[in-house]
Design a protein around this ligand. Structure first.
Ligand code: ADP
Ligand code: ZN
Length: 524
């Protein structure tokens, strides 16, 4: 059967080989097992149900959320010589009847429908008269209320599958699914012990880097970096509109022509900047996350994040706009401790629902861990998305290879952990860092923490940002954990206690502190 799949790939699509994962996904569907595929956009999901659809008897029902997408896919299949049709609200009732009749007569192998159709009793009746061998569900995360694209009509899919006399094989596809959403999708759709595939997230040509810098240093870095790359196109993302404006001005004042893009600008100006960027008349774009939807520019050589985004999904999507042409490209995240404060604030402002807020905070925590980890950045991201077989080291990110040095942080860790005990494990990161750095914030003054034995104990040795980094590292490594809730409190874990009780030497691997020079980041 797989031989036939290869022939189909060549005959209809003109491709010589499958991409990683595609073949096993097709094999799983053809073997009749429910199959759940998590693959990023552009990785090649469509093939994974279209090829089995051609090999299975009867027809495949494809549930797809967007009318325009449906039409595109059906048209594309038409040019490949594959008979497909769609049914959605853009058609008259008589046209719908006609297409159903044609489907029954065996004219089509694939029938695309909008989920809303399945809410119509009459339409479900029609479908029971058709020989449906497979149901493919595109954008399956729309079934989950946890996802951002929840679509109530998707809830009709589960019951519909139950209703069908003979249950077809079901294949669900999505580009994003955290563990919670994944479980939710499986439950809501009623997938039967599905085989789950997570694949295609790795982008070999992207060089990932994180640099911990303060506000002014960030600007200086960008200035030098961009100046050293006079011919290259790049995007610089900031967290707020105000910062987009300011950074764009700063670059222009320093003789670099940069455009800007954010949701607060007039449509005409935004559109003009976007087009200038796409058509290579403008090489630098400073923007908020409003920039990027549906932008397909292949030769973006770097994406710099001036601030840490709110979660890894957002980061990887934005960073992924670099290097679409497959040539080497750089994704650099400039991280500063104040980014955490800002993102927490934004979540608190915009997410009223407590459960949901907790969920967003947990995702933010993973983002912070990405910025603070000393392990391979690529492995971290692939592991986050669920690609469990990713290699431990990629050898090309800023944490891999020879850009690192080993620090003995045993003594500092002892001080931090002991100080937390002084605080009776009742305070959060901010207070802990204030005490250790000897700064007299409100909490410190109100509670007279300047009397604690370890007040200012690390001030000589480390700047405040570095103390914060060390605390973050202790969390990432599992020596400390943050409690849930609106005001997270730091607690020691069992392994944290062990560090204090036994003679454990702690080594932290950190990027070598390279001087702030543009070519220290990428060209090597
Ligand atoms: P997705 O649905 O995951 O966003 P698509 O199915 O639209 O992605 O595929 C993205 C592009 O990759 C399409 O142009 C498709 O033809 C191409 N593609 C998919 N599989 C292969 C393959 N095995 N070899 C070469 N190109 C492929
Ligand atoms: Zn790496």
């Amino acid at each position: 059967m797989l031989e036939q799949a290869k022939l189909t790939l060549k005959k209809y699509y003109g491709y010589d080989s499958f991409r990683p994962g595609q073949e096993s996904i097709i094999a799983s569907i053809l073997s009749g097992k429910d199959t759940f595929v998590i693959m990023p956009t552009g990785a090649g999901k469509s093939l994974c149900f279209q090829i089995p659809a051609l090999q299975l008897p009867g027809i495949t029902l494809v549930i797809s959320p967007l009318i325009s997408l449906m039409k595109d896919q059906v048209d594309a299949l038409g040019t490949l010589g594959i008979a497909a049709a769609y049914i959605n609200s853009s058609l008259s009732y008589s046209e719908v009847r006609k297409r159903v009749a044609e489907t029954r007569a065996g004219r089509y192998k694939l029938l695309y429908v909008a989920p809303e159709r399945l809410q119509l009793e009459s339409f479900r009746q029609l479908l029971t008269t058709l020989p449906v061998s497979m149901v493919a569900i595109d954008e399956a995360h729309c079934v989950s209320q946890w996802g951002h694209d929840f679509r109530p009509a998707y809830l009709a899919i589960g019951p519909f599958l139950q209703e069908l006399g003979q249950r077809p094989v079901v294949a669900a596809f999505t580009a994003t699914a955290t563990p919670e959403i994944k479980q939710d999708i499986v439950r809501q759709l009623g997938l039967a012990d599905p085989r789950i595939f997570v694949t295609g997230f790795n982008r070999e040509n992207l060089h990932l880097a994180v640099r911990t810098l303060r506000g002014k240093e960030k600007r200086q870095f960008i200035l030098e970096y961009v100046t050293a790359r006079a011919e290259q196109a790049g995007i610089i993302y900031t967290a707020t509109r105000k910062e987009t404006e300011e950074l764009c001005n700063f670059l222009n004042e320093n003789g670099l022509t940069a455009g800007k893009y954010h949701a607060g600008m007039a449509d005409a100006e935004r559109k003009r900047n976007q087009e200038n960027f796409i058509y290579d008349n403008l090489r630098l774009m400073v923007a908020t996350n409003a920039f990027g939807m549906g932008i397909d520019k292949s030769n973006v050589r770097f994406v710099i994040h001036y601030n840490m985004p709110k979660n890894i999904e957002a980061y990887y999507q934005e960073a992924g706009r670099a290097g679409r042409d497959g040539e080497p490209a750089e994704c650099i995240l400039l991280f500063g401790a104040q980014d955490i404060v800002l993102q927490k604030f934004l979540i608190e402002q915009s997410v009223p629902h407590p459960e949901r807020r907790k969920y967003e905070m947990a995702k933010l925590q993973s983002m912070v861990e990405y910025c603070q980890t000393s392990r391979c950045l690529r492995h971290f991201i692939l592991n986050y998305f669920g690609e469990s077989d990713a290699p431990e080291e990629c050898g090309t990110c800023s944490n891999c290879g020879n850009e690192r040095e080993v620090q003995d942080v045993t003594a500092a860790a002892h001080t931090i952990l002991s100080c937390l005990i002084d605080l009776r494990e009742r305070f959060g990161v901010r207070t802990l860092v204030e005490v250790l750095s000897g700064s007299r914030g409100k909490k410190v003054r109100d509670n007279h923490f300047e009397r604690l034995p370890r007040f200012g104990a690390l001030a000589q040795q480390y700047p405040q940002s570095e103390i914060q980094g060390l605390v973050g590292w202790l969390v990432t490594e599992g020596y400390l954990r943050q409690s849930d809730g609106q005001y997270p409190v730091l607690k020691l874990t069992d392994s944290g206690r062990k560090v204090l009780e036994e003679q454990v030497r702690l080594e932290r691997i950190v990027p070598k502190q390279v001087p702030l020079q543009a070519n220290s980041v990428g060209d090597d």
